[in-house]
Design a protein around this ligand. Structure first.
Ligand code: F6P
Length: 476
């Protein structure tokens, strides 16, 4: 169905190595600019030439990148090791999929919507005369980062005065700090775990119940479970009508579009949540096209491979010029590094090349006063993603314009960084933060990650590396 060949065994490998040698690591000005679903992708500041792009396009063909991507969106079992589909795109627009998938997605949205309306209308919740004012979201990894990041990012799009709190780590401080900030009788506790076996989440929930001296009435009436393991949630005392199900074909780091996004829907409402989904779907359609030079995810994946395997860049920095988007870095670290931090191919063969680079970064302009010194005068080639909202609809909005000026000045400086060799960067900018733009941006990174996996001939959908530490829990 798609290539599982070692990247290093492709005919393009030696040719690209030769190009890398030829390229004198200066930043040739190669105009490469795409507009995609509201995201302006300026890729003109890269170590890239026509010859390199032609070879990368041919490499993508050899590795069957678009075949793999098409197989994913068509619902094939692309997650080979777990014999599963990876259908997060169905959550944005189920119409292309089977009746079973369509019904499952519709039921999930409907249940999320009806619970949201009860809470938004301050209706008595389960016989309690106390309307819900606090939402406590308990989850970790993909069951935490999406809601956590987006509720902060879309704060200006909140349609109510609900107060959101997150408990993820086993660190007792998070539970203690949350309990100090909420009024329990006005609170709804959302236990978010696809497997419903994650030790951190279940332990936090158990400690919460102990701290509140809670009984089964509390779980049945003030708690909602979001999981693919309904049986386990029922055993723990959750009411069936308070269980929002997710499908096994949604990977944790690809799950914000599913019921895992319920807290986000509570914050911004159903309409704007659907805007978020629509933004992602618009990007899905753009990234499904075959034309290499018109497909932003394909170009970005090919360049991730180019920097990693031919220019020996070991990391990529993500500089986010918006404090509201500060948690995006953690979201993207999980998406890209948990997906592609692999060393065996789809066939189990050990790779003889690097796969995903280390993803790190932070907020600008703060990081211009901390780690960006290393980007400017350090010794390493470190490709950079710059993410920039050009304007803001917050009060003092002219400050965002000033921040954008700092961003663009720094970007300009990067071209003369490293003693004039220049630091390459992609500049992703958009008018302002909105549910739709957030959907487009996250979908672009998802598709870039999946396409890069196809180039490296690895499986982006499993995560056996994290299972080992879980299995050793009982031995320490
Ligand atoms: O890190 C492993 C992992 O399974 C992630 O992929 C997932 O997002 C996280 O743990 C939480 O898993 P669950 O949603 O099953 O609690």
């Amino acid at each position: 169905m798609f290539s599982r060949r070692l990247l290093s065994k492709t005919p393009q490998w030696p040719l690209l190595k030769e190009q890398a040698q030829k390229l004198k690591l200066h930043l040739p000005m190669y105009t490469l600019h795409l507009e995609a679903a509201g995201i302006s992708c300026d890729l003109s500041h890269n170590y890239i030439t026509n010859e390199v792009l032609t070879l990368l396009s041919s490499l993508c063909q050899s590795q069957g990148v678009m075949e793999f991507f098409k197989a994913m969106i068509q619902g094939k079992e692309v997650n080979i090791s777990e014999q599963r589909q990876a259908l997060h795109t169905a959550l944005r627009n189920p119409h292309y999929y089977s009746e079973t998938v369509r019904d499952s997605v519709a039921d999930s949205i409907q249940k999320m919507q009806s619970l949201t309306e009860i809470i938004h209308q301050h209706q008595p919740w389960e016989g309690s005369e106390h309307p819900i004012r606090y939402i406590v979201h308990m989850g970790i990894g993909g069951s935490d980062y999406g809601p956590r990041f987006l509720i902060k990012a879309l704060e200006n799009h909140k349609i109510n005065d609900l107060s959101f709190h997150f408990i993820a780590n086993l660190d007792p401080w998070e539970l203690q700090d949350t309990l100090k900030k909420i009024d329990v009788k006005h609170s709804l506790f959302i236990v978010s775990s696809k497997s419903f076996t994650t030790d951190e989440t279940l332990t936090n929930f158990s400690n919460l119940c102990s701290a509140l001296d809670a009984d089964s009435h509390f779980i049945a009436n003030q708690c909602i479970a979001i999981t693919a393991n309904e049986e386990k949630a029922l055993q723990q005392g959750f009411k069936k009508k308070h269980i929002l199900k997710i499908n096994h074909w949604v990977g944790g780091r690809f799950s914000i579009w599913s019921a895992i996004g319920f807290s986000l829907m509570l914050a911004i409402g159903t309409h704007q949540f659907k805007e978020f989904l629509a933004g992602a779907h618009a990007m899905d359609e753009i990234c499904a096209q075959e034309n290499f030079m018109q497909n932003p995810a394909l170009l970005l994946a090919a360049m991730d491979c180019w920097y990693t395997n031919f220019l020996d860049a070991h990391s990529r920095a993500i500089l986010i010029y918006s404090s509201q988007l500060s948690d995006l870095i953690h979201y993207l670290q999980q998406l890209m590094m948990e997906s592609n931090g692999k060393s065996r191919t789809l066939q189990g063969e050990i790779v003889d090349y690097h796969t995903n680079p280390i993803i790190w970064g932070g907020v600008g302009s703060n990081s211009q006063h901390t780690f960006q010194q290393l980007l400017m005068e350090g010794t390493r080639l470190i490709p950079i993603d710059i993410i920039l909202p050009r304007t803001s609809d917050i009060y003092f909005s002219q400050q965002q314009n000033k921040l954008a000026t700092h961003c663009l000045a720094q970007a300009k400086a990067l071209t003369s960084a490293r003693q004039g060799l220049g630091q390459p960067y992609h500049l992703f900018s958009f008018e302002k933060i909105s549910p739709k733009i957030m959907g487009s941006l996250l979908a672009l990174y998802e598709h870039r990650t999946v396409m890069a996996a196809a180039l490296w001939a690895i499986n982006p959908f499993d995560q056996f590396g994290v299972e080992l530490s879980k299995s050793l829990l009982t031995t320490v």
